[in-house]
Design a protein around this ligand. Structure first.
Ligand code: AMP
Ligand code: MG
Length: 403
């Protein structure tokens, strides 16, 4: 009954289904990496007053037309003070970088152009042009300027700009809470020694940190065994999350019970299976307002499906302006296996060649159980569904894996 979707159809369905997170107010220091839920508009003029760009003397440029010239110093203006006097012809004020610029003056002569002449006087060997070394009020920011858009991720300079503008708090999207649920009778904890037939649960820890790098909050990890009771119990615990992220148990195997249990609990299944490699048996649905992803258990599939669907979903929930990593045109440097009918998320190593062109080659065998193919990659390159082969020289699109 559920037809297999294309990658684009599946991603579009995910993005139109996920809800927006509410906003919360946080202290400026806690905004790094968060998504702004309000635009940052300036309530001030920056700089707030005309000020000096140099340590030196505020002068009337016309007084220094004939050099050398000597002027009388009427006051000293350190940063944080305010000038009391007006600079009249034949006079100047000593001024420090960032200090307010005095009335009457029109330029700053840096201290390097001067020599003390004794008796409160200064000799000028060089003169500034009118306006030189003066930073006018509002040169950087005007009142009402839109400095950072809603939906932007707060970077260190964005945080610095908010500080400049007096935002000691900001509205950010609250982080979606994500329950990472590993499933399988074969799984043991990372710290355990392996018994016969056992493997370590690697998807659990890896997905949890993928969640964090995508702006989500990973709840304490959950593990379900391959029986309905265990799966049901874990789901009930996971329902406090906004997103339930299963790995394993969604394929067509005898023990792939996650979907069956979710169906019994009333999940609205929106798609199951996508025309892609790796990750064909990807499931997506909703249960009681919760978003459900059933990622295939193979570590490569789980990692790639997270990057292609879950990361954009979390970005959309956060209200980010950009929900996908940008795609860059590149050239395939060596052939890589490809058959028509499935979109491939190939793991690649990209580099600029001697002519400055971006080239990419695969990381070696691309089977969905070979996790080293992900670990070695610095990018994912896309091979569209209809493509029948991927020879060297093929133009492709890639996204950098900048974790
Ligand atoms: P499944 O989707 O449950 O059929 O699992 C497919 C493959 O992925 C099997 O080889 C599993 O052992 C493996 N696998 C499933 N879950 C995990 C996990 N959490 N960590 C590592 N490998 C897993
Ligand atoms: Mg399994």
């Amino acid at each position: 009954m559920h037809e297999m979707l294309s990658v684009e159809e599946a991603r579009a369905l995910v993005l139109e289904t996920v809800p927006r997170q509410p906003a919360e107010r946080v202290a400026l220091e806690d905004t790094l990496g968060r998504t702004l839920a309000e635009p940052i508009r300036s309530r001030d003029t920056i700089p707030p007053f005309d000020n000096s760009a140099m340590d030196g003397y505020a002068v009337r440029a016309a007084d220094l037309a004939d050099l050398p010239a000597v002027l009388r110093v009427i006051e000293e203006i350190p940063a944080g003070s305010f000038p009391e006097k007006e600079v009249q012809p034949g006079t100047c004020a000593q001024i420090m970088t960032g200090a307010p610029f005095p009335a009457g003056a029109d330029a700053v002569a840096p201290v390097e152009w001067t020599a003390k002449a004794g008796d409160g006087r200064v000799r000028f060997l060089q003169g500034p042009a009118p306006g030189q070394h003066v930073r006018p009020a509002g040169e950087d920011v005007q009142v009402g300027d839109l400095m950072i858009e809603a939906g932007a991720v707060v970077t260190p300079p964005a945080l610095g700009m908010m500080a400049t503008l007096g935002f000691s708090e900001a509205q950010v999207a609250s982080a979606p809470r994500v329950a990472v649920i590993s499933t399988g009778d074969e799984l043991v904890a990372v710290s355990a020694s392996l018994g016969p037939g056992q493997i370590r649960n690697s998807n659990g820890p890896a997905l949890a940190v993928q969640v964090v790098t995508a702006g989500g909050r990973a709840l304490p990890p959950l593990l379900a065994r391959d029986n309905k009771e265990s799966i049901r119990r874990v789901i009930e615990e996971a329902l406090e999350a906004d997103v339930l992220l299963f790995s394993g148990g969604v394929s067509v195997g005898e023990y792939d019970l996650v979907r069956k249990v979710l169906d019994e609990m009333g999940m609205r299944l929106l798609f199951w299976r996508v025309r892609q490699r790796p990750g064909k048996p990807l499931a997506f649905g909703t249960l009681e307002e919760k978003i459900i992803f059933g990622l295939p258990g193979n570590p490569v599939s789980s990692a790639m499906c997270f990057e292609q669907y879950v990361r954009p979903a979390l970005a959309q929930m956060l209200g980010r302006k950009e929900v996908r990593r940008p795609l860059h045109p590149a050239t395939l440097a060596a052939p890589t296996p490809k058959k028509a009918g499935l979109h491939y998320f190939a793991r690649g190593v990209a580099a600029f060649d001697d002519e400055g062109r971006l080239t990419v080659r695969d990381t070696g065998p691309q089977a969905s159980n070979l996790y080293s193919s992900v670990v070695r990659a610095n990018c994912i390159f896309h091979l569209p569904e209809t493509l029948e082969a991927a020879p060297a020289g093929l133009p492709v699109e890639l996204e950098w894996l900048l974790w």
